[in-house]
Structures are given as C-alpha cells and as structure tokens.
Design a protein around this ligand. Structure first.
Ligand SMILES: C[S@@+](CC[C@H](N)C(=O)[O-])C[C@H]1O[C@@H](n2cnc3c(N)ncnc32)[C@H](O)[C@@H]1O
Length: 423
C-alpha cells in the first residue's frame, strides 16, 4: 500500500466521478478494471472510501456547504467529500488534508484549487466529528424515497435509511454444518441458519474459504431456496442463476440442478463458485425466456431494481433514476409466465426479487395468481426456522426489509413467494 494514501484516494475520487457524474454502477467500473492497477490493499481501501462516501454523501455535503460559497468542479467536490468522510470517521487531519491537497494539485486542469481544498478540509477538521454525528442519517434520493414512503410509511423509511447508513455485516451460507462454520469463523448463527460475522477481514483469507465450506450470501438471499426446500434427486431449474449463491444451495441439498443465466461473464463466476465448493450443476448460458424442459421445482430470481441491496451497494440510488424499472417489471411477469409452463403439475415455483418495490414483489404475485387459475400461494412453504409470522404478506409471500433484525445488523430487502401448481 502507498504510504501517502494518494493512489487509493485518487481511485476513490475516480469512482465517485463516474458514479455521481455519469450514473455508472460501482460494479460496472470495477468490472471494467477501474482498480486493477492498484495493489490489493489500496484496491480495498479505494472501494471502502468510495462506499463510505456514498453512504454519508448527504452529511458530507451538508458540512461542506457551510465552507463553500459555490460548488467547485465535480472532481474537487468529490475529493472534498472523501476527505470530509475520512476526517469525520476520525482519521488524522494532517494525513487526510495533505493527501487531498496533493491529489488536487496534481490534476492537469484543477491544480489551482489546491488552496481551496486545503482551507476547506482544515475547517472540516476543526468542526470535528461532532458536527457529523449531529446530522440525520442520509436520506435516499427523492425518486426512490417517494415510492418507498408510499409503500412502507415514513417511520419504516427512516429505519431503513439508518440501516443503509450503517452498512452490512458479512453473511455466509454453509455448504454443510452451519454451526461448525460459525465456530471456525467466529460468527454467530442467525435463526434462519445464516452465519453472520461483524467486522470481517479479507474473505478469501477466512477459514474454510479455500475448502469451499461456505459462500458469501445475505441472510435474506438465503431464504428463497429454504422456501423451495429442494429434495435429493429432484430436477430443479435455477432461472437467472449468476453468480450462483442459490445454485450452490440447491446443489448442496442434493438436487439435480440446471442453472440458466444470459450473461456468459456472470456464469463464469458460477463455474468458479461450484469448483471451489465441489458442487455440481448443469450450466446453460441462455435467455430465461428460451429455456425448455419440465421440472419438479423452479427458482426464479428475476432481474430487478436491486433496491433491497442498498446497504451493500450505496452507489445504486445515486447511479440510477428508476427509468428502467418499468421494463424490468414487465420482464418479471413474462418470466413468471414462462417458468410456469416449465413446471410439472404439482410442482412449485419460488419467485423472488431483491427489491423493496411492491411492483416487483407483492403486485407481481397478486397479478400472476389472477392470470393462472392453476396457481396458489403455498403458505406451508413459509414455515421455515427463523421466519417470523409478521413477514408473511396478504397474498401469501414473504416481505423482508433492511430494517428487519436491525439490532442484529439488518438484512437485504427481498420479496419471495412459493407458488404451487395444481396436479
Ligand atoms: C438477481 S441476479 C441473480 C442472482 C443469483 N440467483 C444468485 O443467487 O446468485 C439476476 C440475474 O439475472 C440475469 N438475467 C437478466 N436477464 C436475464 C434473462 N433474460 N435471461 C436469463 N438471465 C437473465 C442476470 O445476468 C443476473 O445474473
């Protein structure tokens, strides 16, 4: 890692410029190699700085506003934001200020703003972390906050924003004995069987990673397969499978799994994950709507707004504006109808999305139940260990929100329902 911390901070500012300026997602930028030239430690630091800054963006802007008569160009503004977040997290003032001044002074067009950077960050350091702590938890942008307040109410929204701001712990799904994984990793076992670790370090260095004893999967994301309850030897279709968290759960239960995803790049991740865990599945790179065959059980983890994953992906509300959600909602309905044709009589389909929008959950299932007279919501499937009755919805699905289990570190927002086909 560099002594000055300038390369990691410069990369964090680069990420923010593209997320906030061009609406790119962090995963797109890192996938395209944005951090590849940095040593591993700097890469981790750059990502952490960018994510922490996105989580605290509203607070950073409120503090900076006091010391700026007009906004400087985006790159300098982002350097000030990163510096503010670091200072308010308690980093040593001289290190942060020197690094940010150096970063700005080296910029080919904005070097003249190094004096401003120095003066503003010194004032932020003098304000101290108390000024930061006195501000409310950052709110989601209006385009997303509006529909979520309408769906869940203002109080629940504020609770979700608190959890978004806090970030997420590391959750693991065990290939076999979850208790043993909890012991080996120093984690706690949640009531639903997920192992949760607070303050985890590098994932690949943790006990059991190389042996494939577990994989990273949010506690909420582990539940759809529990609802499906695959049995050994059953023919199970995993539609929209990559990167394969649920594929591995299905395979670990002994099912004969066909995993379909239309992204060859993402399917390569499924292959790697299966190889590491020693599990097997037939992998097919294909549009889910072109899939054929007849299956005992189907898991449909449909593409969605991903608004349930903001704890882990605070870039999403800043990079998106909701304009593509209508197309996703239409595609989800098409996928439910297609999956229904591939399901044997008496079989079950678990539909799920990592979304907080009822249009991608409760409403999808309500409407599917009207379109398919041979479909019913299977309430018995929801009786899994740890699932709380309050999470069950009117149409017979499960609604999970980030503020559920807030005292344990929250969970991703998710919707899921088990739909049973008449014999
Ligand atoms: C929510 S992610 C799936 C996560 C995965 N089930 C897991 O547990 O790791 C949605 C996936 O849908 C895939 N996808 C999007 N449109 C698709 C389509 N038309 N056909 C097949 N896969 C699609 C994306 O490539 C993405 O991997």
């Amino acid at each position: 890692m560099s002594d000055t911390g300038v390369p990691a901070r410069k990369s964090a500012v680069y990420l923010l410029d593209h997320i906030l300026g061009e609406g790119r997602l962090m995963s797109e930028l890192t996938g395209a190699g944005a951090l590849d030239k940095l040593p591993a430690e700097d890469r981790a630091r750059a990502s952490r700085l960018a994510l922490d800054t996105l989580r605290g963006l509203e607070r950073a802007d409120r503090l900076l506003q006091k010391h700026l008569s007009k906004y400087p160009p985006l790159t300098v503004r982002n350097a000030l934001r990163v510096g503010t977040v670091e200072l308010c997290q308690g980093a040593a003032a001289h290190g942060v200020v020197n690094a940010m001044v150096e970063l700005v002074s080296r910029h080919p067009r904005l070097g003249h703003l190094k004096g401003l950077t120095n003066a503003v960050l010194r004032k932020i350091a003098a304000d101290g972390p108390e000024a930061w702590d006195a501000l409310r938890a950052p709110r989601l942008p209006k385009w997303l906050r509006g529909p979520l307040v309408q769906a869940w109410g203002a109080e629940a929204m504020a609770a979700m924003e608190q959890v978004h701001f806090a970030g997420a712990p590391l959750d693991l799904t065990a290939r076999g004995d979850a208790q043993a994984v909890a012991r080996a990793t120093g984690g706690v076992l949640l009531p639903t069987g997920t192992v949760r670790i607070a303050g985890a370090g590098q994932v690949t260095a943790m006990p059991g990673f190389a042996e494939g004893d577990w994989w990273v999967q949010d506690a909420a994301a582990a539940l759809p397969v529990r609802l499906l309850a695959p049995k050994p030897g059953e023919n199970v279709l995993d539609l929209c499978a990559a990167p394969g968290g649920k594929t591995m759960q299905l395979a670990a239960a002994g099912a004969t799994v066909t995993a379909v995803d239309d992204s060859a790049g993402r399917m390569a991740r499924v292959e790697e994950n299966l190889a590491r865990t020693g599990l097997t599945a037939r992998l097919v790179v294909q549009d889910a709507l072109q899939t054929t065959g007849q299956y005992d059980a189907i898991l449909l983890d449909a593409p969605c707004s991903a608004t349930g994953t903001i704890r882990r992906h605070p870039d999403l509300p800043h990079a998106k504006d909701g304009s593509e959600f209508g197309d996703l909602i239409a595609l989800q309905a098409q996928m439910i109808d297609h999956a229904w044709r591939l399901l044997k009589p008496g079989g079950r389909l678990v539909f799920c999305t990592c979304s907080l929008l009822p249009d991608e959950g409760e409403v999808q299932v309500d409407e599917a139940l009207v379109r398919h007279t041979d479909m019913r919501a299977d309430l018995a499937a929801l009786e899994c260990p740890g699932i709380e009755p309050a999470w069950v919805t009117q149409e017979g699905g499960l609604r999970l929100r980030p503020d559920f289990w807030a005292d344990r570190g929250g969970m991703d927002g998710f919707y899921m329902a088990c739909l049973r086909k008449a014999v």
